[in-house]
Design a protein around this ligand. Structure first.
Ligand SMILES: Nc1nc2c(c(=O)[nH]1)N[C@H]1C(S)=C(S)[C@@H](COP(=O)(O)O)O[C@H]1N2
Ligand SMILES: [Mo]
Length: 398
């Protein structure tokens, strides 16, 4: 395969037209399953109509039915999340550079052609926002009120971050590697969105600087022309429009590491809503989750059908098994796992319900290769992160 040798790199045509972010008019809307869940559906540049949480900065959710279409989430349906509003509406891939600086022997200024000349890696990985499903928290928490569509699975192509670090030569005493993208806040005082990984995580086999997504250039809203991919970890670390890699000798204390994106350092990372003063740590690996994709909560299967389909994933150990229940979780039977696209990918599954006509509470539960599984009762944390309770669906069968 001719990966990364110009196929994705000359694609300056992936720019979105200036001023093309739509403002108001929308053809349709959806109602997400919680209070204040009314959302317009709008087609942003390079995107089909997606569920708009906020237009500026763009926060767009994937309509859940799309996850039934295939193991990979199409680029034009892939969710979008930005924190700051001054986002370049186009990026020139020919002049874009990634500055590699800090505690290195030789600072680098890498072009996309430089990346294209390095060994290419391709892997499937789920990109999930830390706050995916936040709108379902009880009691409700502040933050972007997503339903379950702030996630997607893609085939990512790029180069190992480790290869870039080795090329620069990391000096002794390095602790973390920090990543920054091209966008800025509207106000100069807004801290740039910078994220850092411990050096051993950054040097992992599967951490890549990706220039392709599902065999195409990344959509601008998903970080064209290059973004970081940290398989198994929440997407907050997957810095888009990557422009700077800085090797540090201290632990990053910028706002996005020290204050935001932290979880309780408690058993299961849970706290009670009344609890205060607990220690926190930066959010890290994703938890195991599973969903039904061919019928929504409150939906009806086609006449005569008992077929259920869905997806499961975890933080990188891979899916060992999926079970379904048609009696609110009292009894379970094994679903059949479909093709394995790798330990970081969505794993599709299917099952045949053993039920007469009627309405049933279907539940789905995945177990990962590391032994982790899903609990019936959702945990709670004040930022609404890492939700992974067992999902239930009221489904009618005829
Ligand atoms: N440059 C940049 N990268 C970023 C962010 C951002 O605001 N700016 N947000 C992060 C967060 S919190 C998420 S959930 C993912 C979303 O990735 P997507 O928009 O490609 O779906 O991007 C991550 N990378
Ligand atoms: Mo996120």
């Amino acid at each position: 395969m001719d990966l990364g040798r110009g196929r994705f790199l000359a694609a300056t045509g992936a720019a979105i037209a200036a001023g093309a972010i739509p403002g108001g008019a929308f053809a349709q809307s959806v109602k997400l399953p919680f209070a204040n869940g009314d959302r317009p559906l709008v087609a942003f540049p390079q995107k089909r109509p997606l569920i708009v949480l906020t237009p500026r900065p763009p926060q767009l959710e994937t309509p859940f039915a799309i996850f039934d279409d295939g193991v990979y989430t199409p680029n034009d349906a892939f969710y979008v999340r930005w924190h700051l509003s001054n986002i370049p509406q186009s990026v020139n891939a020919d002049t874009h550079r990634i500055a590699v600086t800090g505690l290195v022997n030789s600072a680098l200024s890498l072009s996309l052609a430089d990346l294209g000349a390095m060994p290419a890696v391709e892997l499937a990985a789920v990109n999930q926002c830390s706050g995916n499903s936040r709108g379902l928290f009880e009691p409700r928490v502040a933050g972007g009120e997503w339903s379950n569509g702030a996630m997607g699975n893609a085939l990512w192509t790029g180069v190992r971050l480790r290869d870039i670090l080795d090329r620069a030569g990391v000096k002794a005493g390095a602790k973390q590697v920090q990543f920054n993208g091209l966008e800025t806040g509207v106000f100069p005082a807004t801290p740039n969105f910078k994220k850092s990984l411990d050096l051993d995580v950054a040097r992992g086999d599967d951490v890549i600087v990706a220039y392709a997504m599902n065999g195409q250039p990344l959509p601008v809203l998903n970080g064209y022309p290059v973004r970081l991919i940290v398989p198994g970890w929440f997407a907050t670390y997957w810095v888009k429009m990557l422009s700077a890699i800085t090797v540090r000798d201290t632990v990053d204390d910028n706002f996005w590491m020290k204050t935001a994106y932290r979880i309780p350092d408690t058993p299961n990372n849970d706290v009670l809503p009344s609890q205060t003063g607990f220690p926190t740590i930066p959010i890290n690996r994703m938890r195991v989750r599973s969903f039904v994709t061919n019928v929504a909560d409150g939906g009806t299967l086609p006449e005569g059908s008992r077929a259920l389909r869905g997806i499961a994933f975890d933080g990188g150990s891979g899916i060992k098994g999926v079970e379904v229940s048609s009696d609110s979780g009292a009894t379970w039977r094994d679903a059949t796992l479909e093709a394995d696209y790798g330990k970081y990918s969505f794993r599709r599954w299917h099952a045949e319900l053993d039920v007469p006509r009627g309405t049933f509470i279907i539940a789905v539960r995945a177990t990962a290769n590391d032994g982790a599984t899903q609990r019936a009762m959702a945990g709670w944390n004040p930022s609404g992160y890492m939700r992974n309770a067992i999902e239930t669906y009221q489904v009618s069968v005829s």
